[in-house]
Design a protein. Structure first.
Length: 289
């Protein structure tokens, strides 16, 4: 995987991150979702590296990045804290400006980076997500049924950790829909190492707990203050996932947040980087240029 890339550990302030980086040209950082690590981009990052400097970190709490203890508000796993990690990482690697691409939970970190650090983010790509506050305000019985894990993970008595860690490979479908034939052997091995680590499982769940509290509050304040994403933005979504089923045209949900947004669906299941890498690379190249 990642031929020609360098694997490092970079101290970004509060935490250190495992990061793989390579290529040349304008910088782009790729942010994975739950429960993946940076290796989810193994087919995408090398394909972009002939035109871009590509940076792929494990988000804080995920994979082999640091897992700080959380306070009662879960602020250590807020998207604002993770966005600060991204900016610190890119500063350490020598990039004043960069594009941000985020999938799933990484999409929340990506748009928070663009909102909090508009002087650093040149372009934004969000994949398979809408702003946290928009998802919660549109919560219907259909959303609750499809995304029930949000509420399960949010329970502070920690039943989620106990249930997941009892059999993480079954919980995460590690030998069926997330098997090595789907993820690729090396990516699958990294995924297995992550989900088998109770500390990683706890940190990933803390990410969700922050989402229902401090992250929602940050979105609400930005909206009330009239803050918007000012850089060019693209939304991509999996046509065989549920974004259109839940929201109709998801671009309409995003438009009040970023008037310059464009986007389209990709014929894929949820994990686009693994299921439809060629189509994803084509879309990213076209937009990031």
């Amino acid at each position: 995987m990642f031929d020609g890339f360098q694997l490092d550990r970079v101290n970004v302030g509060e935490v250190s991150l495992r990061v793989r980086h390579g290529g040349s040209g304008p910088a782009v950082v790729l942010l994975h979702g739950h429960p993946r690590t940076h290796t989810t981009w193994y087919q995408v990052a090398p394909a972009l590296a002939d035109e871009f400097t590509v940076v792929c970190p494990d988000l804080r709490g995920y994979g082999q990045s640091d897992k700080p203890a959380a306070d009662a508000a879960h602020t250590q796993y807020s998207k604002r804290a993770m966005a600060g990690d991204v900016v610190g990482l890119m500063t350490e690697l020598g990039h004043d400006q960069f594009a941000v691409v985020g999938h799933d939970r990484g999409s929340y970190v990506a748009y928070r980076t663009a909102l909090d650090h508009p002087d650093r983010v040149s372009k934004l790509v969000v994949m398979d997500g809408v702003p946290v506050v928009e998802a919660l305000e549109r919560c219907t019985d259909k959303f609750a049924a499809m995304w029930w894990h949000w509420w399960f993970f949010a329970q502070t008595a920690k039943p989620a950790e106990r249930v997941i860690c009892a059999d993480p490979e079954t919980w995460y479908n590690a030998w069926t829909s997330n098997g090595p034939d789907v993820l690729g052997p090396e990516n699958h091995a990294d995924f297995l190492a992550a989900i088998r680590n109770p500390a990683t499982v706890h940190a990933m769940v803390e990410d969700y707990r922050a989402g229902l509290g401090v992250d929602r509050q940050a979105d609400e304040k930005d909206r009330a203050d009239g803050r918007r994403i000012t850089c060019p933005t693209m939304l991509l979504w999996s046509e065989r996932d549920d974004l259109e089923e839940l929201y109709g045209n998801p671009l309409e949900v995003w438009h009040p947040w970023c008037p310059q947004i464009v986007g389209h669906g990709i014929d894929s299941t949820h994990h686009i980087a693994e299921n439809a890498p060629l189509e994803l690379v084509q879309s990213l190249r076209s937009f990031l240029r």
